[in-house]
Design a protein around this ligand. Structure first.
Ligand SMILES: *Cc1c(COP(=O)(O)O)cnc(C)c1O
Length: 356
């Protein structure tokens, strides 16, 4: 099968024809000292900052800074109110409700399915293999004339492993729709990012976020990297001021602290590997899956009992035991050394009242 990727064929007709909202800040680009174009409060903001003004709709400064860090030009970048916004925009731009479908590869991040459901887009499921890798034959069989996108998550949530690069490349090279690779956990991974491959694959969309390694889940800043044509589609349909001024300013400041973030990544990875080894010693732990992320999937003999025991000790983990291929599994986020010690101490006490 040879790929002939044609973005205009993929784009919904109403989006192709859309005249986007044009904000005051879009229409006047020059220098001025008196801004009476956007019905803002000219007197100021109760917060004593420039919050009375609308923010930059295209976040130029922030993208320049991200461009230095990521090595990707600003024109190949979209910033969203979390990755969730980028995911939703993809559905609205490229999938006709009630007609088109997307392929998901469970067990994986839950938001793709929710976003598909919200947009009335059908979902086709091709489970990962027993070692949580892509079932390439299954994916090839599932693709039909109305399949618009395939969502891949690497490192994958909740399994923690990275997908084989060659497999991802096979999907990219053979699918005529968009291949969305969610790299929320890429900073913890031994695998290389796909953002350097944008020139190679015109159907590639890579999602990243400041919510995990960057420690900014509360700010809500997600990134999509793609061809200029795809980014133009994002910009056409996004809410005009989707990244608020506070987020733009604070993210810009945070991006100066790469050294701190890299130190945290190193420490998290060291803690992850130490915690994985410690977990393997418990007799109720059946398997500790190797992780390329900042969490660990652990197969246990009694997930519900363990979960309840940990909650009794004030420790919350994620019960994934009802998820396909994850029977018996809990997902544990790697915490600080103190938090991980508390987790291990609580596990030492399990089952409660059964110590000699
Ligand atoms: C946490 C996570 C995200 C982050 O979403 P944001 O909306 O950017 O906070 C994205 N994808 C996956 C797979 C995640 O686990």
């Amino acid at each position: 099968m040879t790929t002939t990727f044609d973005l205009t064929k993929l784009l919904r007709e109403n989006i192709r024809q859309l005249t986007p909202y044009s904000s005051a800040r879009d229409e006047f680009k020059g220098e001025a000292s008196v801004w009476l174009d956007a019905n803002e409060n000219a007197f100021g903001s109760p917060l004593d900052r420039n919050f009375n003004r609308y923010p930059d709709p295209l976040q130029h400064q922030l993208k320049l800074k991200l461009s230095e860090i990521k090595g990707v030009p600003p024109r190949n970048m979209f910033l969203g109110n979390g990755s969730d916004e980028a995911i939703d925009i993809l559905f609205r731009a490229f999938c006709r409700p009630g007609v088109d479908n997307v392929i998901l590869v469970p067990p994986t991040y839950g938001m793709y399915k929710v976003s598909a459901n919200i947009n009335d887009v059908a979902t086709k499921y091709v489970n990962l293999t027993a070692d949580f890798q892509l079932n390439l034959e299954g994916i090839a069989e599932a693709i039909d004339a109305n399949t618009r996108m395939i969502f891949l998550c690497s490192p994958n949530n909740p399994t923690g492993n990275s997908l084989y690069r060659e497999d991802v490349e096979t999907v990219l090279a053979n699918f005529n729709g968009l291949v969305v690779i969610d790299e929320a956990y890429i900073n913890y991974s031994r695998q290389k990012t796909f953002i350097q491959e944008l020139t190679e694959y015109s159907n590639l969309v890579v999602l990243q976020t400041l919510s995990k390694a960057w420690g900014l889940a509360g700010l809500r800043l997600g990134m999509a990297f793609a061809s200029e044509e795809i980014i133009e589609v994002f910009n056409k349909i996004k809410p005009p001021y989707n990244i608020n001024q506070a987020t733009q300013e604070l993210a810009l400041k945070a991006l100066d602290r790469v050294d701190q973030v890299n130190a945290w990544i190193k420490e998290t990875v060291a803690e992850r590997d130490r915690l994985s080894d410690s977990l393997r010693k418990f007799n109720f732990v059946e398997f500790v899956y190797p992780s390329d992320a900042n969490f660990i999937l652990v197969k246990t003999s009694d997930p519900k009992g363990l979960y309840a025991h940990l909650v009794d000790g004030g420790i919350v983990v994620r019960d994934r035991s009802n998820v396909e291929l994850c029977a018996g599994c809990l997902r544990l986020t790697v915490g600080t050394p103190q938090e991980n010690a508390a987790l291990l101490a609580a596990l030492e006490q399990y089952p409660a009242g059964d110590r000699t």
